[in-house]
Design a protein around this ligand. Structure first.
Ligand code: FES
Length: 170
């Protein structure tokens, strides 16, 4: 057994590790064999998609498969906000409170959502449905206030629209 197929943790389900290895092999076709470590971003994305979040075990798996150190995987996983190093709810609601959104009601929307969902910034509702996060500019300043729900951007928000959007979440 070589290093690229060696198990790195008995804590990760074998079937999911096999899926990860299969899909990572497809990603690595786009990288020179001696530059595998450069695929850390897509490897972590894949790990998050398959295992739910980038736990230390998932970070170690990525590092192992890319022939780099767990510290390198941790650096990347903890630097970018799109990687979750702890479990999150079924839906991720990210509300921008940066300047344009703040001036057009984003901060008020965020405060109301915190109260309605009974969570702090970064918290998850008791039923595990929604994780709420305050974020920096989402690049929609001209159509503020904006929020991202899972991968879908919502702009020109008001409280009624926020209620509608949240009401559609299963
Ligand atoms: S300030 Fe909110 S999207 Fe730019």
């Amino acid at each position: 057994m070589n290093a690229s197929t060696a198990p790195v943790s008995g804590e990760l389900p074998r079937e999911q590790v096999e899926r990860f290895d299969h899909e990572l092999a497809l990603v690595l076709k786009r990288y020179p064999p001696d530059r595998k470590a450069a695929a850390m971003l897509p490897a972590l994305h894949l790990g998050q998609e398959i295992f739910g979040f980038c736990s230390p075990e998932v970070q170690r798996l990525c590092a192992d498969r890319l022939g780099t150190s767990p510290a390198r995987a941790e650096e990347v996983a903890t630097f970018y906000v799109m990687y979750h190093t702890a479990p999150i709810g079924r839906h991720l609601v990210e509300v921008c409170t940066n300047v344009s959104c703040c001036l057009t009601g984003g901060e008020r929307i965020f405060e109301r959502l915190k109260a309605k969902l009974a969570v702090k910034n970064g918290g998850t509702t008791a039923d595990g449905k929604i994780t709420l996060r305050e974020v920096e500019c989402l690049g929609a300043c001209g159509t503020a206030p904006a929020m991202l729900v899972d991968d879908e951007m919502h702009e020109r928000l008001d409280e009624r629209r926020v209620e509608e959007i949240l009401g559609r979440l299963a």
